[in-house]
Design a protein around this ligand. Sequence first.
Ligand code: 3HC
Length: 334
Amino acid sequence: MYAQMVKTDAARVRSLDEMEPHERAFQERVDAGQKIEPKEWMPEGYRKTLVRQISQHAHSEIVGQLPEGNWISRAPTLERKAILLAKVQDEAGHGLYLYCAAETLGISRDQMYEQLHSGKAKYSSIFNYPTLTWADIGAIGWLVDGAAIMNQVPLQRCSYGPYARAMVRICKEESFHQRQGFDALARMVKGTPAQKAMVQDALNRWWWPSLMMFGPSDDASVHSAQSMAWKIKQNSNDELRQKFVDQTVPQAKYLGLTVPDPDLKWNEEKGGHDFGEPDWEEFFNVIAGNGPCNAERLDARKKAWSDGAWFRDGLTAHAEKAADRRAAAKIAAE
Ligand code: 3HC
């Protein structure tokens, strides 16, 4: 039912023969693996798709700081606190690189924030779930950053230069994030039975939302076909979800944990795991704004924006005064 609701009239990908000459030349450059740079001609749909995806990605990094930031003051050791602080700071940096990449497409940062605050722009569904225990912080690193890397490594080969280049550093840092999460859980599962149970509980709650991070199934994905033709995306949502499951299941086994999916089993013939269907009704409900923490997350971002008004005003006043001083000095020198 939800597949039909979402994929109403997916854009059909046009063949080279159906394109105007300048559009065909653009597509041929993309097909040849050339990077598209900000000042070059691009189809309006390509520009809009990138603004949508990159800004949503940037918002995900910024909103993604909230569930983890919540645990900085409660980290169990100084070492874990320092690691978590560094990770949350990294996410802010990722947001900034991505906002800069989106700005090269002609949208301002204020416009992007406005779209986030008004609910017009999405951010990753995963950040609308609560972090209830310390094990959730390990699970976010292991599963959420693990899923993010699976999705983002191919984005380093995206056809749009500024996005592809931003992803290089982001992927390096995400890889550290994933490992620190796994390391935290690997220590906890060797602790008391209560600690191990806490890790299992975190896996139970984060497994399915992590699979949903890859987006709806391919038959419900509105944008995938065109985005893949433009080489913005290199893989479909289901391909990446499959790779994530295949990579993560042995890690869960190593930790001595049970993946909460009764349909999970190795399929020798396909060389991968068969697994159950995520609850797509829940997914669409969360991205429509009705997840457990959507309102809280948006309120936190809106508050940060209004709390920062004095600082933005100060910067503007300073820039105006500096411009006046430069103009006065120029007149005096003439
Ligand atoms: N959360 C919220 N919205 C989602 C979603 C998710 N997990 N998956 C899909 N959607 C939305 C899409 O944005 C689209 O809505 P829109 O038309 O209003 O924009 C709709 O559902 C249909 O989905 P499609 O599959 O057609 O959309 P895409 O082709 O854009 O694919 C995507 C979705 C795979 C998420 C793709 O946009 C993508 O690869 N984005 C870049 C990566 C990204 O944004 N990652 C965020 C992860 S979190 C993170 O990086 C932070 C780190 O610290 C962990």
